[in-house]
Ligand binder design. Sequence first.
Ligand SMILES: Nc1ncnc2c1ncn2[C@@H]1O[C@H](COP(=O)(O)OP(=O)(O)OP(=O)(O)O)[C@@H](O)[C@H]1O
Length: 316
Amino acid sequence: MNTQSTSPAIEIIGLKKTYAASKKAPAKTALHGVDLVIPRGSIFGLLGPNGAGKSTMINILAGLVNKTEGTAKICGYDITTQTRHARASIGIVPQEIAMDVFFTPYQALELQAGYYGVPKSERRSMEILEALGLADKRDAYVRQLSGGMKRRLLIAKALVHNPPVLILDEPTAGVDIELRRQLWAYVEKLHAAGTTIILTTHYLEEAEALCDQIAIIHNGTIVANEPKTTLLSRLDKKVLRISPMDPLTALPASLSDLNASLAPDGQIVIEYRSGTDSVTDMLNRVKDAGVSISDLRTEEADLEDVFMALTYAGDT
Ligand SMILES: Nc1ncnc2c1ncn2[C@@H]1O[C@H](COP(=O)(O)OP(=O)(O)OP(=O)(O)O)[C@@H](O)[C@H]1O
């Protein structure tokens, strides 16, 4: 059996990167032995604060930065020993809009296809321009395109060799909401057609809207890697704090099947899931237990909170 066709989109084991010291800065370890498997067919979100190591990881996969230790495979191809196949398996949409402004979009795609060695008979430049809504700009100069069009052209360029894996590095940074939606729709279309999508983003709502699996990287280490639904079920956790009129010495036994506890300050603290548990029912249970309620409040976590908790915990 061809192992490449069944292997994960990305398989990273013990990946380490230390940038050498320079006159201005000491050596910096950007990745501390990262293990990461990205399954085929996923829309995978790679999140992390500035300086976490996302670009380093992507640049290693793209062949732009040399790893210090560890292995990385793209669709089963080792980036060091099977470089040509590995590169052919991945398309990267960079963060920066740096393009040769003297070419037209059509020429830019043809050049890129040439760079990847795609034979003329197999090129799909026009089809890709059409898919990205740039067909009517095929012969315009790139410098005449709007920022949003340039961003779409970057995606088009990453697709010329029909890669099974596409990495989008901050695809919607500085992009207005209308264009952001258009880009999301196109990413979803590519995904539906079978492309594995890896997305780095600072917009947590973007990850929430698009990704089926999310990894969070912090200080060069993966601190979470879960299906979005699992991550969101963490977020679904809410807390109801009830202040009884009269101080309690123990939690009423009838509340024992709720996820409840008695805080040192005398509040009844109930953890619940907003999607499934009813606050009214919980309050009725407390009243039925003979507790008069003087005050109450709820606390909830969101993706932002979980992200902050995972990436700022321990930072002082
Ligand atoms: N060429 C380099 N030389 C030395 N240090 C570097 C180099 N590139 C990155 N670093 C350092 O490595 C760490 C990780 O940087 P990296 O760019 O991978 O983070 P990032 O997660 O992509 O951040 P951002 O969200 O800001 O793009 C940072 O501390 C950064 O300063």
